[in-house]
Design a protein around this ligand. Structure first.
Ligand code: BV8
Ligand code: ZN
Length: 244
């Protein structure tokens, strides 16, 4: 089933010399992972903004680790969906002129085979020591509620960017550059609510890129994009790829 919008989107992507993509929790929804605001922004009965902050971790690290251990446990059983796989095919086709920026911390893009993924909000598959700052990949093991560093016994934290924290500057700089340079910007499965990630949409539009939104619903960004494709990214992305 192809709509005139899908054909128009395919024309924009085909004509793009450089393509950038921003994904949010929506692209992982068809893999079975809950989104942040789909459930009214509640995670196990608490607002993400209340548990995903350094203050919450200082106040009650055990509660924050319970929240993250539950999400890590969810990762053990989920697989990438056709939306993630379609982005791998786009990267294969476009090579260095393709940049994938993700707000997601679930690692599903890499699990699908994406090679160059800019994780601007970090990853819940990685932990970081609050004392010696050593990072380690701990993808699917079950951590205790107060996991400690094997080197210095410091308290570990999830290696994600919490609200009120700076994004990893090198990764953010590469994301901004790619969006400033792109001819076409695909914005997939994000409510465009969290900054500075959502600001990339205006950056792309202001430099003259064609911005295409793929989302189930209308979002804060919808009125600012060139084209909105309404529907699940796991269906739309493979269809878009077939038209290229
Ligand atoms: C920063 C990691 C500079 C953790 C996340 C006051 C003080 C300080 C800062 C602020 C402030 N007020 C505002 C801010 C900025 C703040 C912010 O934006 N707050 C929000 C609440 C307004 N941002 C920050 O703090 C950032 N840092 O600004 O640093 C600074 C530093 C110090 C002091 C001042 C400034 C850091 C933000 C990063 C937060 N970390 N994640 C974790 O995941 O545990 S954000 C979190 O939300 C996730 O990364 C998530 O990806 C992200 C955004 O959500 P979405 O991905 O968009 O998901 P959502 O559920 O919202 O939407 C899903 C969409 O998919 C929906 O539209 C739905 O319709 C659609 N969908 C569903 N199914 C499908 C689908 N679409 C297609 N197909 C489907 N099948
Ligand atoms: Zn340590």
């Amino acid at each position: 089933m192809t709509s005139p919008d899908l054909n128009q989107a395919a024309d924009m992507v085909r004509a793009a010399g450089r393509l950038a993509v921003l994904t949010g929790a929506g692209i992982s929804a068809e893999s079975g992972l809950a989104t942040f605001r789909g459930a009214g922004g509640l995670w196990a009965g608490q607002r993400i903004e209340d548990v995903a902050t350094p203050q919450a971790f200082a106040r009650d690290p055990q509660q924050v680790w319970r929240f993250y251990n539950a999400r890590r446990a969810g990762l053990a059983t989920v697989r990438p969906n056709p939306g993630h796989v379609a982005l791998v095919a786009l990267e294969d086709r476009l090579g260095p002129s393709f940049t994938l920026v993700t707000q997601n911390v679930d690692g599903l893009h890499q699990a699908a085979g994406s090679r160059n993924v800019l994780e601007i909000h970090g990853s819940i598959r990685r932990v970081r020591c609050t004392a010696c700052h050593a990072r380690s990949e701990r993808p699917t093991e079950t951590l205790s509620e107060m996991p400690t560093c094997t080197t210095c016994q410091g308290l570990l934290r999830p290696d994600v960017v919490w609200f009120g924290e700076m994004l990893p500057l090198d990764i953010w700089a590469r994301a901004e550059l790619a969006v400033q340079d792109c001819d076409c910007f695909l914005v997939i499965g994000t409510s465009a609510f969290v900054y500075p990630a959502a600001g990339l949409i205006m950056t792309a539009r202001d430099q003259g890129a064609r911005v295409i939104e793929i989302n189930l619903d209308e979002t804060d960004a919808s009125r600012r994009v060139a084209l909105s494709l309404r529907g699940p990214s796991g269906v739309i992305l493979p269809e878009l790829l077939r038209l290229l």
